[in-house]
Design a protein around this ligand. Structure first.
Ligand code: ASP
Ligand code: MG
Length: 415
């Protein structure tokens, strides 16, 4: 078995769907599970729809129309024959979607989110499966919610590995399977999601449970690069890296592979390929056990739009376990994901994504006992496998608020 994952960028228009068909045409003799995301930026469009549904019902129509129009444009180009059965299949999904939207909002945002957002992947995979079947790539469409079982922690559901394994064992893999990433279902059958960008993880789950020979993530870049090419035009492809290094990179904020993807593959030593869907013959990156290549190139990870908050007790007590556990509890209550911490005797600093509502609720929770100061619009830069020369180059002309170094990583909060 091989598992492939195609993200939103690989199915953003009719041309890209055709490109996927030409890639898959080469794998018809393999056993293959193909996990596909929602098309283009449709998950964001679904998030607008969900916000309309929950908070501004008068905007639901408009948000829904945008989604319908986007898919129709692709459908018309792929299937000029309006009698094709794909139209019935997509309409059936849109009908189900409308049924959810017709119910009144229950005040559980996370559940509402999960009951709606996954239609992006359901519609996308329906279109792709029909297109492939009509163009010589025989496949079965699988509703992934029937196999990937989770708890009911909506929007960040945890996998029920045993239930999922049992279901995957029963799959009929005589044809290529086309299925969705990102979604699953709980024991009640309600749709759940694994967190934004969770489709890589879905592919890893399939890889793990089928003891796959490999998992391949197809992307619009040549592989894993040593920096985000959007911010760093000279980024270079990394040919080979260890599972450990991939976990470290995603831990520090590299977005190329979803953080949860690696562990299941590492446990079974399943190689992960990251390849370009634009140049499918090229080698890409392979993530595997050996660490021998990890130090060959420095990697740069920029996380922008961070806020650095420093917190000092008003009563002149030191920063110690009791203060820290109070501060951490308040960070958790505000649902803040901390990217870096530093403490001294009298103050505790945390760096995290600057989201107005969360920042406000944290400040409110701390204001009685602590003096809180902040610097916003800062960037968190991590450099793996650095040299002093690189550090000098990267920090010249910058205001550095915090600097932390370990053997393999240097981290800066700077502006
Ligand atoms: N479509 C979902 C998202 O954009 C899941 C994924 O693409 O991995 O977050
Ligand atoms: Mg995506």
């Amino acid at each position: 078995m091989k598992v492939f994952k195609f993200g939103g960028a690989s199915v953003k228009d009719a041309e890209s769907v055709k490109n996927i068909a030409s890639i898959l045409a080469n794998y018809q003799d393999d056993k293959l599970i193909v996990v596909v995301s929602a098309m283009g930026k449709m998950t964001n469009a679904f998030e607008w729809l969900i916000n309309s549904y929950c908070y501004s019902p008068n905007k639901v129509r408009q948000s829904l129309n945008e989604i319908v129009d986007f898919h129709n444009t692709i459908l018309w180009e792929l299937f000029p024959d309006k009698g094709h059965k794909v139209y019935i299949a997509v309409n059936e999904l849109l009908f189900q979607l409308e049924e959810v939207l017709d119910k009144s909002y229950s005040n559980d945002y996370d559940q509402a989110y999960d009951s709606l957002v996954g239609y992006g992947e359901l519609i996308s995979t329906t279109i792709i499966s029909h297109y492939l079947n009509s163009n010589g790539v025989e496949n079965d469409w699988l509703d992934v919610r029937k196999v990937i079982k989770t708890n009911s922690d909506f929007r960040q559901a945890k996998i029920d590995w045993e239930g999922t394994q049992t279901n995957i064992n029963k799959l009929n893999d005589s044809k290529i399977i086309i299925s969705q990433g990102f979604i699953g279902s709980d024991s009640e059958g309600s749709t759940t999601t694994l967190g934004r960008e969770g489709s890589d993880f879905s592919a890893a789950i399939f890889g793990y449970c089928t003891n796959a020979q490999s998992v391949t993530i197809w992307k619009d870049v040549a592989g894993v690069l040593n920096a985000d090419p959007k911010h760093f035009p000279d980024a270079i492809k990394i040919d080979k890296m260890s599972y450990r290094e991939a976990i470290e990179l995603s831990y520090y904020g590299a977005t190329v592979i979803h953080p949860k993807t690696i562990k299941p593959l590492e446990n079974k030593l399943i190689p992960l390929y990251v390849k370009s869907f634009l140049n499918p013959e090229d080698e890409g990156t392979v993530v595997q056990k050996s660490t021998s290549h990890d130090k060959l190139l420095p990697s740069y990870i920029f996380i922008k739009d961070q806020i650095l908050v420093s917190i000092s007790p008003k009563d002149f007590s030191f920063i110690a376990e009791d203060n820290m556990s109070f501060i951490f509890a308040k960070l958790a209550e505000a649902k803040i994901k901390v990217n870096l911490i530093q403490n001294s005797a009298l103050s505790f600093s945390v760096c995290f994504k600057n989201e107005e509502k969360k920042v406000e609720s944290l400040f409110n929770a701390l204001e009685n006992s602590f003096e809180v100061k902040y610097n916003d619009k800062v960037t968190l830069l991590t450099i793996r496998h650095f040299t002093e020369e690189i550090l000098d180059k990267m920090t010249v002309d910058k205001t550095v608020f915090i600097e932390q170094k370990s053997r393999n990583s240097a981290r800066f909060v700077l502006r």
